[in-house]
Design a protein around this ligand. Structure first.
Ligand SMILES: [Mn+2]
Length: 331
């Protein structure tokens, strides 16, 4: 698969790298590492994200390569620019959000590079996928390391290490495999700084965020004798705390901390009034199966979905589906 990816990259000269809407450390880290490599190969590589690069990921982009998608401005003719368009860290074109229109309009060859579970992705000319990888950054690491004789430039080291930290939850999740620890160890040997990366990625809360967490936890709900726990945040809750949707990051980790919890959920309302859920499973319950009932997906132990329903109604439906799934998987 990586040889095919190397050929794909080698066969194009103007590569547009995109990731899913609301980019995370893995998508951005993998894109920056890949862009750095492509540029040294004399290729033109651009990274366009939407709505923009989160504040806590800016340290990964010392050269300011990442562009915030501006469809009415600088990116009016974006579709015409690339001869290859690579979606990183997702394998569903719609997950690009507002970039999806330009993706559909482009004459470029379209591909995805991803580690998520998804059967039969559609809309790509080529797919580079490995669901056994812990992160997209791992795939880029495995691509670049042997091809660069083992030694990686500092910007690549930093970006890949941050991608790995992001997707393993700083090596806490079940995808913290031996292989990903070995990759991380190699990156640390090459200069990645673990404490600095952790602080930059995670120790960035504002008072508004902490107030929001407090309010959400105050409303904690427990079902199935405490094996299913969730919190819910409406747009009004966000406004009352002076918080933004980005402040919801990691909130799902709070109900997950409870002893005896098998499934944790965060329900929230998006700025456009849709309802959203993030589901996390300790080990045994397949929450990907639950999210797929609502048109979402992800991994078996970490998935999400977004629907056009009032928040309370969506909570009731997901709750029923989770309880149903728990009865099967915990039987
Ligand atoms: Mn990822």
């Amino acid at each position: 698969m990586l040889d095919r990816l190397a050929d794909f990259l080698g066969n194009h000269t103007r590569l547009l790298l995109a990731t899913h809407e609301n980019p995370d450390g893995d998508g951005v880290g993998a894109a920056i590492a890949l862009a750095a490599h492509l540029k040294t190969q004399g290729k033109a590589a651009r990274i366009v994200v939407t709505p923009g690069l989160p504040e806590n990921l800016r340290f990964l982009d010392p050269e300011g390569w990442v562009e915030a998608y501006a469809p009415a401005g600088a990116h009016q003719d974006l579709a015409a620019w690339p001869d290859a368009w690579l979606l990183i860290d997702a394998s569903e074109p719609r997950r690009m959000g507002p970039l999806h229109g330009a993706f559909q309009a482009t004459g470029a060859r379209r591909a995805c590079l991803d580690h998520h579970l998804k059967d039969g992705p559609q809309g790509f000319d080529e797919e580079f996928r490995d669901p056994t990888a812990s992160a997209s950054a791992q795939l880029v690491y495995d691509l670049l390391r042997p091809r660069l004789g083992g030694s990686l430039p500092p910007v690549v080291v930093q970006a890949l290490y941050a991608g790995i930290v992001s997707d393993t939850g700083n090596f806490r999740h079940s995808n913290s495999t031996a292989a990903i620890h070995q990759a991380a160890a190699d990156l640390i040997t090459q200069g990645a700084q673990s404490a600095r990366t952790y602080n930059a990625l995670y120790q960035t809360a504002t008072p508004a965020k902490l107030r929001l967490f407090g309010e959400a936890i105050r409303g904690l709900q427990l079902r199935e004798e405490g094996r299913f726990a969730y919190v819910a945040v409406s747009r009004a809750d966000l406004a009352a705390c002076g918080a933004t949707p980005e402040d919801l990051d990691d909130l799902v980790e709070e109900p997950r901390r409870l002893q005896g919890v098998e499934v944790a959920a965060l329900f929230s309302e998006t700025p456009d009034g849709r309802a959203k859920v993030s589901l996390r499973s300790r080990e045994r319950v397949d929450v990907n199966a639950v999210c797929r009932l609502f048109g979402g997906g992800g991994h078996r132990l970490a998935s999400g979905a977004k629907v056009d329903l009032p928040l309370a109604e969506f909570i009731a439906q997901v709750e029923a589906a989770v309880v149903d799934r728990m009865r099967q998987d915990l039987a």
